[in-house]
Design a binder for this molecule. Structure first.
Ligand SMILES: [Zn+2]
Ligand SMILES: [Zn+2]
Length: 390
């Protein structure tokens, strides 16, 4: 089977699936309609289907003789964003939108399911297709792993991909090592003593304390993380007070930390704790810090990635192969920390891609990217699960 030809032959079907999912986006773990279509399609193709993992996760298993067990993971959820624009396939669910491309992922997952099932004489092994809800902040992957999705049978290799609008359609990017960062969310509640805005000396001002704390947190990256190390500290939200003449009682900060290296991660978290406590003490206030680990770093296995890079070169051409590393985070990390794998980025930016970044209300992809994604995955699956003669 020629992978690119095969993927091209189902282009219209991929577009139809993707636009249908795009029109009916669903949030978090509640991907009821999407999961229903996925399960039904997998059954029609002859897969053994398991539903209801992490609420609406679906697994399709195709046992096709001796050989490796290989999984391909797809995420299905959308975002709480109201779609802008007037495409014929604009979201029909107000306030919800597929602004990250998981509609395309689900469509590609079904395309992969179809081509692998219809060409089962060209490979030998067990294909485990995992359709996951709740990637955008609900850690659907972690829940699926806890509910046993990696058992019976346990995959030896894990593949997954993401459309990537940061660069124009054409390339496929796969790099060994850490490709996405470990993420934690943090929340700080500063408690002072409220009072009159004209009499600050009778108060403990949580607003000034918050301002100093944010400034001090900037020294973590500039003074505690080496110039050749990688970390991000961002305060993305500050909430305090309502009136111009009142010093409020409390202030709340929310932020995120991104790191690759576990040692750097611990150092950044230590400094975060020290600065939050120290700044509050200095100002006579108190501060409570809440830390919420979101995902571990997403690390690609060297030998699986080498195989995928070879596939990209053979299927699409050497000029289409690219490298990538980002500070974004992705809960596929929960699969990759258990199973050696490769998380692949498929360039999907349309002509005006700079106006259509991920999580933007105008997000849209060049749909031809789905052909590249399907071709690279099915060719990789064939090489990981060859027939005896092959
Ligand atoms: Zn996203
Ligand atoms: Zn995404």
């Amino acid at each position: 089977m020629k992978a690119l030809e095969a993927a091209n032959s189902i282009f219209d079907q991929l577009v139809a699936w993707r636009r249908d999912f795009h029109m009916y986006p669903e949030l978090g773990l509640d991907t009821v309609r999407t999961a229903g279509i996925v399960a039904e399609t997998l059954r029609e193709l002859g897969y053994a289907v398991q539903e209801g993992i992490a609420k609406n996760g679906v697994v399709g298993l195709l046992e096709n003789g001796e050989g490796a067990v290989v999984m391909n993971r797809v995420d299905m959820d959308a975002l709480p964003i109201h779609e802008a624009g007037d495409k014929p396939y604009t979201s029909k669910n107000p306030g919800l939108m597929h602004a990250c491309g998981h509609d395309a992922h689900t469509a590609m997952g079904l395309g992969i399911a179809k081509l692998m099932a219809e060409n089962r004489d060209t490979w030998s092994g067990t294909l485990k297709l995992i359709f996951q809800p709740g990637e955008e902040g609900q850690n659907g992957a972690e829940i699926m792993v806890k509910e046993g999705v990696l058992d019976n049978p346990r995959p030896q290799v894990a593949l997954a991909l993401h459309v990537w609008n940061q660069i124009p359609y054409g390339k496929v990017l796969a790099s060994a090592g850490p490709v996405m960062a470990a993420a934690e969310a943090f929340r700080v509640v500063i408690t002072g003593k409220g009072g009159h805005g004209a009499l600050p000396h009778h108060t403990v001002d949580p607003v000034t304390t918050a301002a100093l704390m944010i400034t001090n947190l900037q020294t973590i990256i500039s003074r505690n993380v080496g110039a050749l190390e990688t970390a991000v500290v961002t305060v993305g939200s500050i909430q305090s007070g309502d009136a111009f003449n009142v010093i409020p009682e409390t202030a709340e900060l929310k932020g995120t930390i991104r790191t690759y290296d576990p040692e750097v991660r611990l150092r950044v978290l230590d400094r975060l704790r020290a600065i939050v406590e120290g700044t509050a003490t200095m100002m006579g206030a108190t501060a409570e810090l809440e830390l919420l680990p979101v995902t571990p770093a997403l690390v690609n296995d060297a030998s699986v990635t080498a195989l995928v890079r070879e596939v990209v070169t053979d299927v699409l051409g050497e000029d289409k192969l690219g490298d990538i590393q980002t500070m974004g985070s992705e809960d596929a990390a929960f699969f990759n920390q258990e199973i050696p794998g490769c998380y692949i980025f498929v360039a999907s930016g349309p002509e005006d891609y700079q106006d259509r970044p991920h999580h933007n209300p105008r997000f849209d992809i060049d749909e031809r990217a789905m052909v590249n994604g399907v071709a690279v995955i099915i060719e990789s699956l064939h090489r990981l699960m060859p027939t005896k003669e092959a």
